[in-house]
Design a binder for this molecule. Sequence first.
Ligand code: ZN
Ligand code: FE
Length: 243
Amino acid sequence: MRIITVPCLKDNYAYLIAAGDSCAVVDPSEPGPVVAALDREGLKLTHILNTHHHNDHTGGNMALKERYGALVVGAEYDRHRIPGLHIGVSEKTGWDFAGHAVQVLEVPAHTRGAITFVIDGNAFTGDTLFVMGCGRLFEGDAAMMAASLAKLKALPDETKIWCGHEYAASNGRFALTLEPGNAALQARMKNFRTPSVPATLAEEKATNPFLRADSREIRKTLGMENADTVSVFAEIRSRKDVF
Ligand code: ZN
Ligand code: FE
């Protein structure tokens, strides 16, 4: 299995996943860069995977579906708002891509129907988990996002994280305001370059403040030493909203 990063729009990432005679694209914002990447790599698109319904993740669905006859795979929950959806999936159904078992994790909060696809140790997290950050709470609250991130945090440490946007530089600067003494974070920002994907889950657990609501330093920065995890998480999220 081969994964190819395809920058789209201003800071979106789509991904090609090539396996045997099949090729999927994850979150095509727009058709142009995806078609160019397929041509360059000599691949023919068979599937379109959507992590959530937002237009900057599904905007290329219809054009690519028409051009290649590709099947659209996404959350059954959001069938009414994912353009061209053929195969509706959930945590229960999972999916199979070219003989590779695909784990579907339901991770609501950025949107209610948000999912993460996990394929051979690669997690396509959309706008739920970003490199050193997490998505905004458009359709859920802090408790819901914390629970969704806890699901991702339970994946193996070596899992590769492929997220929906290149936000890592700004996310890292924000993380340093909360945890300036985190040596792993300092090192990561010192060696920073783009594209920041893929990151490993281990790196995220060591540096991403949204996975670190139990960090003593973060709690001290926020003056929330004895607060519960969700309250700390909510405070981190609201500070990031205005960073
Ligand atoms: Zn989104
Ligand atoms: Fe997005």
